[in-house]
Ligand binder design. Structure first.
Ligand code: NAD
Length: 331
């Protein structure tokens, strides 16, 4: 069976190639992202494998279907970049990896909190330059602070447990409560209350309901000096409103692993080019903003799980085209 893997990075080769050999799948790696231009390049492949910034809209679905593709395998959990209705219309089956390693993303969110708070990134540079002053590096104890979590699915649940371990009070909002978290001490409260916490971490998917969840109005309700962490999807945050809030000091710390306009930037080495994205440039200029380029998932354990589960999903769909919709099979 042939599979074309889009947006291929060197680490995809390392984890997918041995797993594909075992599964009897031949992979054609494409460095380019999948979009309306590159979909035309697909030939003699039953399945395509896509990542977070590949675009699978109606036109792409039509092109893939016409080229004989039957399966779209997402090698990630989020699927906001795929038009599922269009996939159905063009008889494409779509699968994803719902929970490859929720710990990887939750731990990265915590890494962002600790870095922003204790300023270890600044301390590292200072000490290398023999600047042993600690002025300006003052942090606060996490113990006893209230942490607000939006979305308590796989990743949010892991994050809650880690923060409980720090001795934080954890309050959460989700459209569906997780009773096992309540037993551990997580308190479900309305979204408005969650947004008033000292630290707010976003772990819900990007949907029409959650698009710009953090906007001018919701920012007004937040505690001045709040630490906002987004490892979920860039579109959860209205970036322009967040910049204004940073300027006014409403946001005291911002950690983002995802960015609204990341498609043309993240996962690429653009160090030799001028940064044309003025919004990202402005964000990078704040001393209290920490940006990572969508690396929260990036652990050995996660990559291994992503490769094996993606290929398992593809084989299951190939062998049984009538598999019902479930967490891993979206359409
Ligand atoms: P999940 O499906 O297990 O959990 C999502 C939770 O959000 C669910 O409990 C759901 O009920 C809740 N939710 C849905 N709509 C909501 C709303 N309107 N308000 C509040 N809660 C809502 O997903 P997950 O595996 O925990 O992943 C969460 C998100 O993290 C993914 O959608 C993806 O966008 C992102 N993600 C990012 C990375 C990264 O590397 N940065 C990696 C994996 C996933």
């Amino acid at each position: 069976m042939n599979l074309t893997l889009f947006s291929a990075q060197p680490y995809d080769h390392i984890y997918f190639t041995p797993a594909a050999e075992k599964a009897g799948i031949t992979i054609q790696y494409q460095e380019m992202p999948l979009n309306e231009t590159t979909a035309a390049l697909v030939a003699e492949t039953e399945a395509v494998c896509v990542f977070v910034n590949d675009l699978v809209n109606e036109k792409v679905c039509a092109q893939l279907s016409a080229a004989g593709v039957r399966i779209i395998a997402l090698r990630c959990a989020g699927f906001n970049n795929v038009n599922l209705e269009a996939a159905k219309k063009y008889q494409l089956r779509v699968c994803r990896v719902p929970a490859y390693s929720p710990e990887s993303v939750a731990e990265h969110a915590v890494a962002m909190i600790l870095t922003l708070n204790r300023k270890t990134h600044k301390a590292y540079n200072r000490v290398r330059e023999q600047n042993y002053s600690i002025n300006g590096l003052l942090g606060f104890n996490l113990f006893g602070k209230t942490v607000g979590v939006v979305g308590t699915g796989n990743i949010g649940a892991c994050f809650c447990k880690i923060m409980l371990g720090f001795g934080c009070r954890v309050i959460a909002y989700d459209i569906a409560k997780n009773p096992s978290l309540e037993k551990l001490g997580v308190e479900y409260v309305p979204l408005e209350e969650v947004l008033k916490a000292a630290i707010v971490s976003l772990h819900c998917p990007l949907t029409p309901q959650t698009h710009h969840l953090i906007n001018e109005q919701t920012l007004e309700k937040m505690q001045p000096g709040v630490m906002l962490i987004n490892t979920s999807r860039g579109g959860l945050i209205d970036t322009k409103a967040v910049i204004q809030a940073l300027k006014k000091g409403v946001i005291g710390y911002l950690g983002m692993d995802v960015y609204e306009q990341e498609e043309n930037l993240f996962f690429k080495d653009l160090s030799n080019r001028l940064l044309e994205d003025e919004t990202l440039q402005r964000l990078s200029s704040f001393h209290n903003v920490l940006i990572t380029a969508h690396q929260a998932f990036f652990t050995q354990e996660a990559l291994h799980e992503i490769a094996t589960t993606t290929l398992k999903n593809i084989i299951s769909l190939k062998n049984d085209n009538n598999l019902p919709q479930q967490a891993a099979i979206l359409v």
